[in-house]
Structures are given as structure tokens and as C-alpha cells.
Design a protein around this ligand. Sequence first.
Ligand code: PL3
Ligand code: FE2
Ligand code: FE2
Length: 242
Amino acid sequence: MATLPSLQEPQGSNQVSDEGLPDFSSAAYKDAYSRINAIVIEGEQEAHDNYIALGSLIPEHAEELARLARMELKHKKGFTACGQNLGVTADMAFARDFFQPLRDNFQKALREGKVTTCLLIQAILIEAFAISAYHIYIPVSDPFARKITEAVVKDEYTHLNYGQEWLKANLDTVREELEQANRENLPLVRRMLEQVADDAANLQMDKEDLMADFMASYQETLTEIGFTSREIARFAMAALVG
Ligand code: PL3
Ligand code: FE2
Ligand code: FE2
């Protein structure tokens, strides 16, 4: 017996085009994008604010940090356009909540003048998270967003590098604070990854790919700062126990 073709696309399922890309106009895609897009927009805005704030803790680098901050506003603009291009309204309230634990920890460290903790949170953990997300997003993105994201990811390496070089230059004095800050904040990043996994899956981004890419940047950065593989393994363990 012949079945009637369904006129409406099934809600919640991910439509796939001939090229294996998601259907960017499906309700399921747009719903997930409203949160992911908001997370990215909010993340770029907070990154801007954090680099400006870091300028007050490292006044001799205030100008360079202001330059990094400006790049973040450009990223925010680019990702805002990505959402508009798909006809999606970003759920900014969701994104504010998403970042709250990490934002609170950054603000506390800032009040206490803890440069090392602030740099670990913004320039290492958040940037490595962004880099992994953008890497995994690029191959499954729409052509408009792809161009923007490819340009952004290059800048994010500049930001990661800034934190890396400062921590490397000060390694003798920052070890203890870095270890403690990592213990408190790496579990938060892991939770954030888990929170975003279902929406990311709707954009055809795989959770394990995200985690693996994150761990690769994280470990590489700690190696560059000057930690041994044994020390890095201890650092990474915080993701398991937190
Ligand atoms: C700092 O430069 C940027 C901070 C942004 C944090 C990004 C979190 C990413 C979550 C998963 C997003 C997938 C990418 C989709 C892009 C529209
Ligand atoms: Fe950025
Ligand atoms: Fe950045």
C-alpha cells in the first residue's frame, strides 16, 4: 500500500542534504542554533570584557590586550550575522546562564588580582573551548558562517598564544595557582561541553570530536608553557574527577 508523503519535516530530527550537510532551514536546526549562536555571541562579548579587565592587571600589556579585545567584538559581530543570515533569534538569556559559573570565577579572581587564574580561564580554557567548537563546526556549517568562522579561529590562536606566553614567562611563580585554578575550572568547562552536546549534535557536531579537539589544544598549550607529560596528565585528571 502506498503511503502519503509527509508534508512537514519531522520535528527534532536532523535533515541531511545530498552533500551530507544539515538542512539549515529545518525547525530542529534553527532551534538548536538559537542557543549555540547565543553561546558564541555571549562568549565573544565576555571575552572582550575579560581582555579589557586583564589590561588593568597587566598594565604594561594594556594596549595589546585592548587589541585582542577588539578582535572579540569583531567575532561577536560576525556570529551575530550568522544567526541573522539563518533567520534565527539568539537566546541570550540561556547563554548568560551558560557562562555564569565561569564568569563568576573570573570576576572573583579579578577582584583578588589573580592574573594567573584569569589567564587560565579566559586565554586557555575558553579559547581552547572556542577553537575546538569552531574546528568541529566549520565542516558542517553553511557557506556564510564557514567563511566567518575560518577567519575567527585564526584570531583565537593569537589569544591562546598570549596566555601561553605570559604563563611560560612566569612559570616559576605561577605553578601552584595554575594548578588550583585548573582544578576549579576545568570541570566547569567539561560541564559546559556536556550541556551543549545535544544542541551541537543537531548541528551535526559530535561531542567526542569536540572533547578530543579541546584536549589536544589544552595539552599542547600546557606543553608549550613548560609542563611535563606527567604533570599534564595530572592537570587533565581534574576533568574526570570534577
Ligand atoms: C573567545 O574568543 C570566544 C568564546 C566563545 C565560546 C564558544 C563556545 C562554543 C560552544 C559550541 C559552539 C559551536 C560553534 C557554532 C558557531 C556558530
Ligand atoms: Fe573570539
Ligand atoms: Fe578569543
